[in-house]
Design a protein around this ligand. Structure first.
Ligand code: SF4
Length: 257
């Protein structure tokens, strides 16, 4: 079972395509007790826990606490991040080392048209390099996301649906990208709403641009991630303890569309 934990709804970016409508703010992130209680309520322990947001690294201490908690229950823990904090090589490496010591095994690093408008791609590159040096698997998550198509519709976020539905640029991009489809066949050329690693189309060119050595490393990580994808059961936990989605038979009311 894979569990996605929304550490916070806040983000230092405010991407126009954001499925959760995240933006800067100062709300409290998820409390460790909330995660501990939720883990205790599950029918079985998750094999994989992904910490996501918003941007989880807005509260590094909380990320470390949550990681240790999930690790103590035997889960492989990964962090999904926009890399906005990876501005300098030295500070980035220090933070990645701290993540590794806490038990983070993988970094899913976001990039993409909408991210790159606000956060230079160089940040993602800094983070990829640091993670590779330290030996943490990393995945460049280049997202062309149209939330309605990717299954984000109907999660109590009608304002997001409306905004994205009106986003002609996003729709045009979605149509152009049919040839880089990943995920479910016929999904329309988009990564899944919950992040998916891929190496097709424009992403392939971006990975190539990393240089031979780093590109080979990233591709090895992508393959490993595909192999280790684990079971298909999936649960999402909101930062307030709300069940965001569940694909587990008989568990909770929320369901992915
Ligand atoms: S970086 Fe991710 S969480 Fe933050 S606004 Fe962009 S899409 Fe949303």
């Amino acid at each position: 079972m894979r569990l996605y934990v929304q550490v916070t709804e806040q983000c230092d970016l405010a991407c126009r395509h954001c499925g959760f409508d995240c933006r800067p703010g100062d709300a409290e992130p998820i409390r460790p007790e909330t995660l501990a209680g939720f883990l205790g309520s599950l029918p079985r322990a998750p094999s994989h826990v992904a910490l996501t947001g918003g941007e989880p690294m807005l509260d590094v201490g909380r990320v470390l606490e949550l990681t240790r908690l999930a690790r103590a229950r035997g889960a492989v823990v990964r962090l999904i991040t926009n890399a906005g904090w990876a501005r300098g090589a030295r500070e980035t490496e220090q933070l990645v080392r701290a993540l590794g010591r806490a038990g983070i095994r993988g970094l899913w690093i976001s990039a993409g048209l909408y991210h790159d408008e606000q956060s230079p791609f160089n940040n993602s590159l800094n983070l990829l390099r640091a993670a590779r040096r330290i030996g943490i698997a990393c995945h460049l998550n280049y997202v062309y996301l149209w939330p309605q198509q990717a299954g984000m519709r109907g999660k109590g976020l009608p304002a997001v649906d409306a905004r994205v539905g009106d986003d002609v640029r996003t729709l045009a991009l979605q149509r152009q990208q049919v040839s880089v489809a990943v995920g479910q066949p016929g999904a329309g050329g988009l990564s899944s709403g919950w992040s998916r690693m891929w190496d097709r189309g424009r992403a392939r060119k971006l990975i190539d641009a990393l240089g031979a050595e780093l590109a080979a490393g990233v591709r090895a990580d992508l393959l490993e991630a595909e192999r280790a994808q684990g079971p298909s059961d999936l649960v999402g936990l909101g930062k307030d303890g709300r069940l965001l989605c569940s694909r587990i038979e008989g568990f909770g009311q929320a369901a992915l569309p």
